[in-house]
Design a protein around this ligand. Sequence first.
Ligand code: ATP
Ligand code: MG
Length: 178
Amino acid sequence: MGDDNGLVIVYTGKGKGKTTAALGVAFRATGHGMRTCMIQFIKGSWHYGEMSSSKRLEPEFELTAVGKGFVGIMDDSSPKEDHEKIAKEAIRISKEKILCGKYDIVILDEINYAVNLGLVSVDDVMDLIRNKPKNLSLVLTGNHARDELIDAADLVTEMREVKHPFQRGIRAKKGIDY
Ligand code: ATP
Ligand code: MG
C-alpha cells in the first residue's frame, strides 16, 4: 500500500480538533510499532492528559512539552524574550528529532501559533520541512498556518468551527480540552 515517502500534514483552522487529530495519528501509528515524537510548542504550564497517557505508549510514542504556557494571556508573567528563547530551543530539539533517524513521524504541535506570535520564523519551519528525511512524516498544528507551509504540505485540513461550548461560556473540560 502506498509509497515510503513521508507526508507533510497541516491541521489548522479555528475549530477544535487540531491537536487531538495529531494525537490520533500518533495513536494509530503506535499500533503499527511505528515511532512518533510530538513536540509541544508553547504548552508547558498546564497539565494536558496526553502528557501522561503518552507515557503508556512509550517507547513508540514520545511527547515533550517545550514552553512556558500561554503567551501574553491568562497567567503569563514571563517576558517575551523568555518565550522566544524557549521556542528557539523547541526548534533546535525538533531539528534534532527530525534528523536523528529514530522516528517515522514527528509532530510539531502549536508550531503555527509560535510562528504567528513571532517566537519562531516561518523560515525556521520551512528549513525543517526541506531537510526532513524523505520517509519521515511531519505534522504541524495550530491555527493561521502560513501560506508557505500550506504550499509545502501534502495534506492540509482546516477545522471549521460550527459550534463550540466556549461560545456559551463553558470553560475548558478535563479529558475533552486538556
Ligand atoms: P484540541 O487540543 O482540543 O484538539 P485544538 O488543538 O484545535 O484543540 P488550540 O487552538 O490548540 O485547539 O486551542 C487549545 C485550547 O483551546 C483547547 O483547550 C481547545 O479546546 C480550545 N479551543 C479550541 N478551539 C476553540 C474554539 N473555537 N473556541 C474556544 N476554544 C477553543
Ligand atoms: Mg492545539
